[in-house]
Design a binder for this molecule. Structure first.
Ligand SMILES: [Zn+2]
Length: 327
């Protein structure tokens, strides 16, 4: 099996706990009404683990990495291959500038609760284009990759359907459907929403042209423990292949060079200030740091995702690591 970094026992333990929680809820279905928030948390961590695994595969072996991809897809709520076209080959390349499918300023540059909450729909819609282009390209040039993508969809949907039928079989139609919804469906939706919300907050009003101010960091120790150091986003952009366990130390080495307003110690306090207080006291809200992402100043960029860039080997993803990204 061969784990490449011993720190990865923790995300694996988290996934085992997520599976254990499901087993408990499927046995004693009334517990799901008290524990579904924990399912939501584990689904969010599955998204974070999928991101980390995509940059830095957990296992040395190809087969185990593929298997883990299916487990992550189940909890995260979507086949994990999508991280390659939307994240590695797109977001990491353009970093919130034109061409990034997940830009925070597509409709408005305002930063308030409504924009932050609805960013999910805008982002997901525009991510569908690089995903479709990636699948088309795999179909045309890399049948093996295309088959693996198809299998991710088939296994993910079959596993979800299987769990729905098990719930109905054990607890009846209504109770079984509610059990599935609260333990799998809602947590998955919560996970993809939270992941896109994080992406929004990590980049809104930052300066993608700057060496150190291209991302916002959330440095609190509890958040970073619970989400595998996902708060240290700037240094992750600087070194995408660096293992998540090494991000705090790497962040510490450059923290003094980052604009202090981009190193936020607490995500909850930041959200209260931004969404509840700033609408009344405007000075408490975020403001553009440095040069805006849409201030291209002669750069040759385009809002549309260029299909030709999807084959660039600019990622360290599991698929790229296994030679599965078509060149
Ligand atoms: Zn990344």
């Amino acid at each position: 099996m061969g784990i490449r970094n011993k720190a990865d026992w923790r995300p694996l333990a988290w996934l085992a706990m997520a599976a254990g929680l499901l087993a408990v809820e499927y046995t004693w279905s009334h517990l799901v009404f008290y524990l579904f928030w924990l399912n939501c948390y584990f689904a969010i961590t599955a998204g974070v683990i999928a991101h980390n695994h995509n940059h830095c595969p957990i296992f040395a072996g190809k087969r185990w990495n593929g298997l883990l991809g299916h487990v992550l897809s189940f909890f995260y709520g979507y086949p994990t291959f999508v991280w390659v076209p939307t994240h590695n080959l797109n977001h990491h390349k353009h970093v919130n500038r034109a061409g990034d499918a997940t830009i925070t300023w597509r409709i408005t540059d305002r930063h308030n609760l409504f924009v932050a909450v609805t960013y999910f729909f805008v982002s997901v819609y525009h991510q569908s284009f690089p995903i479709k282009a990636f699948i088309r390209k795999a179909k045309a040039t890399n049948p093996q990759l295309h088959r693996r993508i198809q299998w991710q969809y088939v296994i993910w949907l079959s596993a979800w359907l299987f769990m729905l039928l098990v719930g109905i079989n054990l607890h009846g139609l209504r109770r079984g459907a509610v059990l599935w919804g609260l333990s799998i469906g809602l947590p998955a939706l919560c996970s993809v929403w939270v992941i896109t919300f994080f992406n929004y907050e990590q980049h809104v009003h930052t300066d993608p042209w700057s060496k150190h101010n291209h991302s916002r960091n959330f440095t609190g120790s509890l958040l970073n423990y619970l989400l595998f150091n996902n708060g240290f986003h700037g240094v992750h952009h600087d070194q995408p292949a660096l293992h998540w366990s090494k991000l705090p130390a790497a962040h510490g080495r450059i923290a003094a060079h980052i604009d202090p307003v981009l190193n936020q110690p607490s995500l909850p306090i930041y959200c209260v200030r931004q969404f509840l207080l700033a609408p009344i006291w405007h000075s408490l809200g975020t403001r553009q740091v440095g040069r805006a992402p849409y201030d291209a100043r002669g750069s040759r960029t385009s809002l549309a995702c260029d299909e030709s860039e999807l084959g660039e080997a600019g990622s360290n993803s599991e698929m790229a690591a296994e030679g599965r990204v078509p060149n």
